[in-house]
Each structure stands twice: as structure tokens, then as C-alpha cells.
Ligand binder design. Structure first.
Ligand SMILES: Cc1cc2nc3c(=O)[nH]c(=O)nc-3n(C[C@H](O)[C@H](O)[C@H](O)COP(=O)(O)OP(=O)(O)OC[C@H]3O[C@@H](n4cnc5c(N)ncnc54)[C@H](O)[C@@H]3O)c2cc1C
Length: 413
């Protein structure tokens, strides 16, 4: 037997990094809206005892532009306490002496509080977002698994359950925001097609202990097996730390994962080189299959898509969440001051304007995230020369440096 129908202006399905960020932006910029957030798992608490998929052992590089957005939401003091600043970005090719270095000092316009960005562990980011959300009028419902969605004259009607065999509840919203992650079941239900290119690579993710302080340097290193990012992390228990993301082929990933810690450490050190000094420890490895996926529609009548279900990018350039934050900001700005009636022409105009406003940034960012690893993975001698020329260009040509930093720091548009 269904419960009585509950109503909301906006129902966000998925309380990961995308859904939680959008909920915070709507609370801040659109206080007139009744917003409900449904998440199938228990929400992370302040003690971070519960982990959502977004808030696992990964760390996220948050670009200066995104830090500015978090500052507007009043979240920067909480984030600062758990993050390490990025002062410099070093891009280099293993086996080549030559590399490019971009520093906060020479690009002050691309900085937030003197940094190009900051790195925060997802296990800290989750509780910060959800603790902040608890102070807003947004209504979180968790655990709440949305099982079916029906579109009708009233908007989207969602059916959800708190768990297997639990009672079914219903909720109707003028706007359904799908934020249920990559390979989205809700997109499938809605018949929204997603184009996917599989990279035939896995991202191996771990935390590395360093013998010396990272001095705020984020490394983009291109190795024979695939691109690597080494991101500064805050010191913990007296240990200097960095987050490692290494995109490599399935066989390399399996072989590395099977090694005992000491040999794994040596192999990663050999592949990365010595630019960050000696690696002294290494956490367990987690593997994420890599693909580029892009939804063919990011909005339609009564529906918008946010986060991994809208676009899932190669992680080495650290752009996915930053792009999502800019999407969230764009959607919140489009809805500010409005309470669009479900399916009305003004709602459609609002969504269309949102889509138009996000198109160029998405195209540039997705292109940047797709091309950089492809170029740097190539062993073809011609492409090797092209990337060495690219590195030389980054070093010697100020407009190229500016463009690279603009994109990396999230000030693309
Ligand atoms: C290895 C790696 C490293 C990365 N590093 C960076 C980086 O440095 N910088 C950067 O900008 N980006 C980075 N990213 C990208 C970033 O992680 C994503 O942008 C982010 O995870 C987006 O999360 P999401 O909320 O869209 O999806 P998810 O984290 O998958 O969240 C979806 C949520 O929806 C819930 N859900 C699913 N189905 C239902 C349902 N039916 N009912 C209710 N709830 C449901 C799930 O439980 C989950 O909590 C990285 C990605 C990877 C893979």
C-alpha cells in the first residue's frame, strides 16, 4: 500500500558529490524552492563512519574556480581544514628530462587565496557536504532507493523504498534531477541514451607516503604504462602523503595489484621517477574502469542530469567534479528567483538556457580530459614529438601556459 503523495519543487536522486553539491547550491541561491534529496544508502555523518561511493579512498583535486564556489557557499573554512593546497603543477614525460611547470605565483588571476587548487580526500568531503546540508531547508531522505519514475502532467512521480521489502513511498516533483552516478539506472528508465567510449584502462588509486614534503606540487607524469597524477595531501600522523592516480591497462593493473606492498612501491617509484622524492609507504590499491561517457540529453521536460550520469571523464586531468560543480552552479543560477511550474514553458525555457550556457565549457573540458591522456599514452614517435613540443610550448609560450592554467584551474569560462 503506497503512502500519501509528497510534493517537492525539485527532487534530486543521488546524494553523492554531485547531488549533495547541487542541493547546497539550490539551498543557497534558490531558497524559494522545496528541495528533497533521496539517497539509497545511509548518509555520511560528521565522523565519516559511513562511506558513499564518492567518499571512498579517492582524493579530489578541486580547482581554484571551484574553491571560489565553495567559498560562496560558506564551505571553504571546513574544506581548508582537510585539504592540501596546490601551488604548482608539474607536467612531465618519463624518460625525458624536459617538462613544464606552472606556478600559482606567476598566474595570480587563476588562483584562490594564492593556490591553483586544493586536494581533499573524498572521505572528508562527503561528511563536510552533508553536514552543511543538514543546516539548510533541503530535506534529505536516506536510505531511499528510487525504484521507478513516471512522468506525467504533475511532473515526475518517484517511487522509493527504504530497503528490500520495505513500504513503498511516492513523491512528485516539478523537476527531477538525476544524480545517480555512472551507468545510471534512472537514465535507462527514462530512455536517455548515453554514448560511451571505453578507454581499456583502469585508474589505480592509492595513497603514497613520501619521505619529504610535497611542497604543494601536483604532478602530471606520463609513463610508458599510462598517465599518472600525484596530488599533494595533508600530512597525517607525521607522514607526508600524496594521492596517486595511475591510469594503466588491465594487465598492468592486475600485475601491480598482485604484488606485495614493497615491490608495488618499487614499481610505482620506478614508473614515476624521483621528482617527488622517495616513496616510503603505500596504501591498498583500488581500481576504477575508465571510460568517457556523455548523455545525449542533459535535460528534458521536468528532468535534468547532473554529475557522472551526465558526463564521466578520464580522471587524470582532475576535471570531472569541477565540471559538475560548474554545471550545478549554472542550474542553480538558472532557477534562482523562480518556482517554475512543472512542465511549463518557462521551465523548459529555463532548462534550455541552462543547457546552452553549459555547452561550451562542457565541450572544452571534456575535450581536454579526453585528449591529454590519449596524447600522453601514445608511444608513437610522432606523437611523442608532438607532446614534447606541447611541453616546450607550455614552457615558452605565455598564451599557451595561460590557456592550460585557465582550463586546469577551472576558469575555462
Ligand atoms: C579515480 C577517480 C579520480 C577522480 N579524481 C577527480 C579529481 O581529482 N577532480 C575532479 O574534479 N574529479 C575527479 N573525479 C570525478 C569525480 O569523482 C566525479 O565527478 C564524482 O564522483 C561525481 O559523483 P556523482 O555524485 O555524480 O556519482 P556517485 O558518486 O556515483 O553518486 C551517485 C549516488 O547516487 C546514489 N544512487 C544511485 N542510484 C540511486 C537510486 N536509485 N536511488 C537513490 N540513490 C541512488 C548512489 O548511492 C550514490 O551515492 C575522479 C573520478 C575517479 C573515478
Amino acid at each position: 500500500m503506497s503512502e500519501p503523495l509528497e510534493r517537492a519543487d525539485v527532487a534530486i536522486v543521488g546524494g553523492g558529490m554531485a547531488g549533495a553539491s547541487l542541493a547546497l547550491m539550490l539551498a543557497h541561491f534558490c531558497p524559494q524552492l522545496r528541495v528533497v534529496l533521496l539517497e539509497q544508502r545511509a548518509l555520511p555523518d560528521a565522523a565519516a563512519s559511513v562511506l558513499l561511493p564518492s567518499f571512498d579512498t579517492r582524493a579530489t583535486a578541486i580547482a581554484a574556480g571551484s574553491l571560489q564556489l565553495f567559498q560562496q557557499l560558506g564551505l571553504w573554512p571546513a574544506l581548508r581544514a582537510y585539504s592540501a593546497p596546490i601551488q604548482r603543477i608539474q607536467v612531465s614525460d618519463r624518460g625525458q628530462a624536459f617538462g613544464a611547470c606552472l606556478s600559482a605565483g606567476e598566474q595570480p588571476w587563476a588562483c584562490f587565496e594564492g593556490m591553483l587548487g586544493a586536494v581533499i580526500e573524498n572521505a572528508a568531503l562527503g561528511p563536510i557536504l552533508h553536514t552543511a546540508l543538514a543546516d539548510t531547508p533541503v530535506k534529505p531522505i536516506a536510505p531511499a532507493q528510487v525504484t521507478t519514475v513516471r512522468m506525467g502532467a504533475e511532473g515526475a512521480t518517484l517511487h522509493w523504498r527504504a530497503g528490500e521489502g520495505g513500504a513503498e513511498h511516492r513523491l512528485t516533483a516539478g523537476l527531477l534531477v538525476v544524480a545517480d552516478g555512472v551507468d545510471s539506472p534512472l537514465c535507462r528508465q527514462l530512455g536517455i541514451e548515453i554514448d560511451t567510449v571505453k578507454y581499456q584502462q583502469q585508474a589505480l588509486v592509492t595513497t603514497v607516503g613520501l619521505q619529504r614534503h610535497h611542497r604543494g606540487v601536483a604532478f602530471e607524469r606520463f609513463t610508458a604504462a599510462g598517465p599518472m597524477a600525484l596530488l599533494p595531501l595533508p600530512q597525517r600522523d607525521g607522514l607526508y602523503r600524496a594521492a596517486l592516480v595511475w591510469a594503466c591497462g588491465q594487465e598492468d593493473a592486475e600485475a601491480l595489484s598482485a604484488l606485495p606492498e614493497r615491490e608495488r612501491l618499487q614499481q610505482v617509484q620506478r614508473a614515476f621517477g624521483w621528482r617527488a622524492g622517495r616513496f616510503v609507504r603505500m596504501g591498498s590499491l583500488q581500481a576504477y574502469p575508465l571510460s568517457l561517457s556523455l548523455a545525449r540529453e542533459q535535460w528534458r521536460r521536468n528532468v535534468a542530469l547532473i554529475g557522472n550520469c551526465a558526463h564521466f571523464l578520464h580522471p587524470v586531468a582532475g576535471q570531472g567534479f569541477n565540471l559538475t560543480l560548474r554545471d550545478c552552479y549554472g542550474l542553480a543560477q538558472a532557477m534562482a528567483g523562480e518556482r517554475p511550474a512543472q512542465g511549463s514553458s518557462s521551465q523548459l525555457e529555463m532548462l534550455a538556457a541552462y543547457g546552452r550556457g553549459r555547452r561550451l565549457d562542457q565541450r572544452l573540458t571534456i575535450g581536454f580530459s579526453h585528449r591529454i591522456p590519449a596524447l600522453f599514452t601514445a608511444s608513437n614517435p610522432l606523437l611523442r614529438s608532438v607532446r614534447q613540443m606541447g611541453m616546450l610550448g607550455l614552457t615558452l609560450v605565455p598564451p599557451l601556459r595561460t590557456e592550460f592554467v585557465r582550463q586546469a584551474a577551472g576558469f575555462g569560462l
